[in-house]
Design a protein around this ligand. Structure first.
Ligand code: AMP
Ligand code: MG
Length: 401
């Protein structure tokens, strides 16, 4: 049986980023850059004001205070979005607004709150404070210079990065294609929610959660009809989905039972199984295989096991297919608010809930069929076999929320 690390290495070794495509910047949220990008302009593109106030020569105001105001002549206005050829000369000021071009000759902007109109002279403004040279001025290129790095290949287009790219005038970007992932649930006992439950049947619940996990990382789920527990329909369902998708995820039918057809069907249609079974709990029956340049992730049917094996084994691969540089889950330390015990002889990825203060506790009963506990969890802690981690211990939590 493979260790989780060895299984992941095999999977990541087999998977390559999909071809790239160019899309509008507005559609790039959550996608991964297929090309490093550099700024075409300085940011800001020109010296401008950080305040509503007056552009001045700071030397004119060295003696200004509330008690000894200094009067300057008002010789124009610079609103945002206009270009002008005003010049600030000694003894003069120009009304200026946030984001407006700094007039030539000015070396500072003094904020409006430190001024008042001259009651005797409407062509003058009184200044109640001094200002340092270059105060309240945003200098051209101070944020970034033309040619500076904006995003590197493999980095994600986050909301702030989209803002940066738009600010430098980008409107189309090159990204890796999103994988279309076929979701197939196997099992004669399954019924889709919305239908009545006959005796012996249960509701199918893996497709909706795996779809959500897929969408969360930018993959595109494609949901197929339920697959019965027999060989021919399983072959047909796998074949159709492999033809239509970049990879398929099956749930159920990969254990040791004589009705577990996924592995046999996959080989029958020409797929090659890479490995089966991973040393972990929940999980263990997990199969990875290839069919031409496409992939099978065969997850256990148990919903908790399906989600955990998806998270630890399939998710990194699907991120790699999208060109992500970093495929590991967000992991951070947390403090245990109560002991976390793994009495079993396999490494257990225990479901925990972590609060905003970083306190973690078991989210409930840690059995692979206890969905209610899983639904309260927002991450996993890797607990070695026969180990109790005490209250107060620092653990690393892998987060999916
Ligand atoms: P299997 O891996 O097919 O042996 O299934 C293991 C357990 O998970 C069984 O109790 C199944 O009834 C259950 N199960 C399998 N697939 C699903 C599914 N898609 N939704 C809910 N439960 C499932
Ligand atoms: Mg089954």
């Amino acid at each position: 049986m493979l260790s989780l690390e060895a299984a992941l290495e095999k999977i990541l070794g087999g998977v390559q980023p999909l071809p790239d495509e160019i899309i509008p910047l507005g559609e790039a949220f959550g996608r991964f850059a297929a090309k490093s990008l550099n700024s075409a302009i300085d940011l800001p593109p020109a010296d401008n004001s950080a305040m509503d106030g007056y552009a001045v020569q700071s030397a004119d105001l060295v003696s200004a205070s509330a008690e000894t105001p200094v009067a300057l002549s008002l010789s124009g206005s610079s609103p945002a979005g206009t270009s002008h050829d005003h010049i600030v000369r000694g003894g003069h000021c120009i009304r200026i607004f946030t984001g407006a071009l700094l007039p030539r000759g000015a070396d500072a902007v003094i904020m409006q709150e430190d001024t008042k109109p001259n009651p005797d002279r409407s062509d003058q403004v009184l200044f109640l404070d001094k200002v340092c040279p270059w105060e309240n001025i945003r200098l051209r290129g101070e944020d970034l210079k033309q040619g500076a790095d904006l995003i590197h290949t493999g980095e994600k287009f986050t909301a702030p990065r989209l803002n940066l790219l738009a600010a430098t005038g980008m409107h189309r970007v090159r990204v890796f294609r999103q994988p279309v992932i076929g979701l197939l649930a196997t099992g004669d006992e399954l019924r889709k929610p919305g239908n009545p439950l006959d005796p012996g049947t249960i509701y199918e619940s893996n497709q909706v959660s795996l779809s959500a996990f897929l969408r969360q990382i930018g993959a595109v789920p494609k949901i197929y009809s339920l697959v019965p527990d027999s060989l021919e329909p399983t072959c047909a369902a796998l074949q159709t989905a492999l033809n239509e998708c970049d990879a398929i995820i099956t749930t159920g039918g990969v254990s040791v039972g004589e009705l577990d057809w996924v592995k046999m069907a996959f080989e029958k249609i020409g797929g090659r199984l890479d490995f089966w079974k991973v040393e972990m709990r929940p999980g263990k029956p997990f199969v990875f295989g290839r069919w031409k340049e496409k992939f099978l992730f065969g997850l256990p049917g148990n919903p908790v096991s399906a989600m955990v094996t998806f998270f630890l084994l399939a998710r990194p691969a699907l991120l790699k297919m999208q060109g992500a540089k970093d495929t590991s889950p967000m992991t951070h330390p947390a403090i245990l608010a109560e002991p976390l015990a793994n009495n079993g002889d396999r490494r257990h990825f225990m479901r925990v809930s972590v609060d905003a203060k970083g306190q973690a506790k078991s989210s409930g009963v840690q059995a692979a069929h206890i969905l209610s506990a899983m639904s309260q969890a927002n991450g996993l802690v890797d607990v070695p076999p026969q180990t109790t981690l005490p209250t107060g211990a620092t653990v690393q939590v892998m987060r999916w929320d």
